[in-house]
Design a protein around this ligand. Structure first.
Ligand code: ZN
Length: 198
């Protein structure tokens, strides 16, 4: 079906979002044009502001509007431990349980031999640089329990162990293939408490 260009373009934009097919995109586009001018303005403004004002922390890689981020600059946090996660959404999930008080490192991806993603393709070099002359004694790898999550944790362990840094992995409270982002708080807390040394 042919739509006027503006709505066709809007549909096309919505299809660029993850999990949105042409049908949903069409529904969202028509819904959007039915919204009030004020709501549409806010929507567009928030979209642009989020993209323009957010950056990645130069220390930990977390998404932030301040560089370094407020976790890296928080003097009350335990600087002897770094929790390594796949993306910023995992940081939010961990922060929500309010039981972890160390620092983070966001990889923005996982090593994936199957998909040709090498250690150089993710934010890993900065972790190693970060660990040189720092007071970090433990790195907790909190990648998801998937094949790529495993490959990543094995690699990190192999690189850091010779440097005398204790490398641990979240306990298997998390089901295989499950996402940290969606784990409930009790499961996540148990996974941190029962972490195992690699
Ligand atoms: Zn940071």
């Amino acid at each position: 079906m042919l739509y006027p260009t503006p709505i066709a373009k809007l549909i096309e934009s919505f299809t660029k979002l993850p999990g949105i097919g042409i049908k949903t995109a069409t529904r969202l586009a028509f819904y959007t044009i039915g919204m009030s001018d004020e709501d549409v303005n806010d929507f567009a403004k928030n979209l642009l502001a989020a993209k323009r004002e957010l950056t990645y922390c130069s220390i930990c890689g977390n998404l932030t509007d301040d560089d370094p981020c407020n976790i890296c600059t928080d003097e009350s946090r335990d600087r002897s431990v770094i929790l390594v996660v796949e993306d910023s959404k995992d940081v939010s999930a961990m922060e929500k349980i309010q039981e972890y008080h160390g620092l983070y490192h966001v990889l923005h991806g996982l090593i994936s031999p199957m998909n040709g993603v090498s250690p150089d393709d993710i934010n890993l070099k900065t972790l190693i640089t970060r660990l040189m002359d720092s007071e970090v004694s433990e790195v907790i790898v909190a990648t998801n329990a998937t094949a790529d999550g495993e490959a990543t944790s094995m690699y990190i362990s192999r690189v850091l162990k010779p440097a005398g840094i204790k490398v641990t992995r979240l306990a298997r409270g998390l089901a295989v293939g499950s996402d940290i982002e969606y784990a409930d708080e009790v499961t996540l807390l148990r996974a941190i408490e029962n972490r195992t040394e690699l």
